[in-house]
Design a protein around this ligand. Structure first.
Ligand code: HXC
Length: 517
């Protein structure tokens, strides 16, 4: 064998070794845990054969605790680039078979390298997390590595989309990288995120809790809102990422991909002319409205199980991606509360950062009253949503279906928050408050002094409703651009979006605003 052939063989052998990560036994153990390896995950995520791996020959440099005798090619993370539907993305996948995917100084360097490349090329970065946290043997160098990654997350925020999948443990300060990214996907049963694990919780608070109950996919998708998508398993998590990518652009200077539309743009949806119940307190399902007006009923909902009173997610109109924000009358009567407000605000800001127009469907009776909300800072959370809408410069189309009262009317993309096209159905009630509440304030004394208080209140309520609980009062002042037939909503939104395609609005120059966090 020539010396060149020998060198080529050595390269091939090294590559084979690197591809085994922590070795065959560790891979077996990973499979036994119900998890795929880092390379298997990358293969599932990216277009077939598109992955180009970088830094396969990196080894850690630690000599504490005899670490110099134990090292693996690639050192605990697989990094590189590839494509999703032909579009460039950068990826890092923590390899649990090597020191439990724990983060070393060199692992952080590998991750930072692909993040820097993603920024240079203007392409999204996807992190697949499966790690025991900082590599304990490396001490402060591992911490410094985390901080380097966080700093890059912060600089990339709003410039390139950043997506995190949690496919195993993600604990301690390690949770902050996913938390700084745009979307976090967790896989049920195998992933968990928490700042302090069950043992520390027990020591500090005495509370007995399992990993799953402390930070599993269900907890973070239903209670905390940390997780945007709870996938059925690891493979499903990666499918969700691929789907998400069909709606979002490569970076903040590009538009989302335009998809050929097979759904007629002038499709009339007769059912919408009869969807609003006669009684104002009876709910209907906002999902039916969304499904009826968007292209082919295809809706990718974000945070589906968190703050269900507000629906947010991606859809298309005539092939153009939009972000939908809609009150859900079927849950808590569609009221806005702290969680719904922060959920909506974050979504609106993502869409605005990445040139995705906003379509807002309004049926909101107000903000949820009570000490629970006030003590929880609903003032600040509501202000977040208000701020996000008011700050957004993307095309904004609002359709008011039924209730739109008081502060919640303003917050839900009203005209004065620079709503571009504000439509209302004939069933819309745009007013300071509902009729029953209003007459209680205005006419309680008059009713009390009369022979028939109930009649006085009912008459006054009818008078109030006639005057205010309709769309025409707002339309009279131009706060509503048109009152539209519900069945024609799809077409009117598409027309509005076409018209707004060249919209240009620039906010005043500043270092950054001071959103009420
Ligand atoms: C070094 C680690 C490690 C770590 C796991 N391993 N975590 N090595 N540093 N942080 C190693 C294990 O020693 C083991 O090595 C292999 O990875 C697999 O781990 P197992 O324990 O066998 O796996 P499993 O039973 O599935 O348990 C997984 C785990 C557990 C729950 C993650 O390993 C664990 O509790 N690890 C420690 C987690 C932790 O406390 N991290 C906090 C570090 S401080 P062998 O050789 O036996 O296969 C931190 C601060 C970050 O993260 C701050 C950032 C700002």
């Amino acid at each position: 064998m020539s010396s060149q052939l020998e060198k080529v063989k050595e390269l091939i052998d090294l590559r084979t070794e690197a591809r085994l990560g922590g070795g065959e036994k560790a891979i077996e153990k990973q499979h036994e845990r119900g998890k795929y390896t880092a390379r298997e995950r990358i293969a599932q995520l990216l277009d077939e054969g598109s992955f180009e791996e970088l830094d396969m020959f990196v080894r850690h440099r630690c000599t504490n605790f005899g670490q110099e005798k134990k090292s693996f090619l690639g050192d605990g993370v697989v990094t590189g680039y590839g494509t999703i539907d032909g579009r460039l993305v950068y990826v890092f996948a923590q390899d649990f078979t090597v020191f439990g995917g724990s983060l070393s100084e060199t692992m952080a360097l590998k991750i930072c390298k692909v993040m820097d490349m993603a920024m240079k090329m203007g392409a999204p970065v996807i992190g697949l997390n499966d790690s025991g946290g900082a590599r304990i043997q490396e001490g402060i160098n591992a911490l410094a590595g985390y901080a380097e990654i966080f700093q890059r997350n912060i600089m990339a925020s709003g410039v390139i989309p950043q997506i995190s999948a949690i496919l195993g443990p993600c604990a301690g300060g390690a949770v902050y990288s996913p938390a700084l990214t745009d979307f976090t996907i967790m896989a049920k049963g195998i992933s968990y995120m928490f700042l302090t694990g069950p043992k520390v919780v027990k020591t500090v608070t005495g509370e007995d809790v399992t990993q799953e109950a402390l930070g599993g996919a269900e907890v973070h998708s239903q209670k905390s809102g940390v997780c945007h998508f709870a996938a059925e398993d690891g493979e499903d998590a990666l499918k969700i990422i691929r789907k998400l990518f069909t709606f979002i652009p490569q970076n903040n200077l590009e538009e989302p991909p335009l998809v050929p539309c097979t759904d007629p743009i002038d499709r009339l949806e007769d059912s919408l002319n009869d969807i609003i119940p006669d009684s104002p307190t009876r709910p209907y399902d906002m999902y039916e409205v969304i499904g009826a007006i968007i292209d082919n009923g295809e809706f990718l909902e974000v945070q589906r199980d968190f703050a269900k009173n507000l629906i947010v997610g991606f859809a298309r109109f005539n092939g153009q991606a939009v972000g939908i924000v809609a009150n859900q009358p079927k849950y808590l009567a569609g009221v806005l509360d702290s969680n719904a407000s922060r959920k909506g605000a974050r979504f609106v800001r993502f869409c605005d950062a990445f040139n995705i127009p906003l379509v807002t469907l309004v049926d909101v009776p107000g903000f949820l009253p009570g000490t629970g909300q006030e003590y929880n800072g609903v003032i600040l959370h509501g202000a977040k949503l208000l701020y996000a809408y008011g700050e957004a410069t993307v095309p904004k189309v609002t359709v008011t279906l039924r209730k739109s009262y008081g502060g919640s009317h303003i917050v839900m993309s009203c005209k004065q928050l620079r709503g571009d096209m504000n439509y209302a159905w004939p069933t819309a009630e745009i007013a300071v408050m509902g009729g029953a509440g209003a007459v209680e304030v205005l006419y309680a004394k008059e009713a009390k002094a009369s022979d028939n208080p109930a009649k006085v209140l009912a008459d006054r309520e009818a008078e109030y409703n006639k005057l205010f609980c309709n769309p025409y009062n707002a339309a009279r002042y131009g706060y509503i651009d048109d009152v539209i037939e519900p069945r024609n909503t799809r077409f009117r939104i598409i027309r509005a979006l076409q018209q707004l395609a060249t919209k240009k609005v620039v906010n005043p120059a500043k270092k950054h605003g001071n959103i009420p966090l």
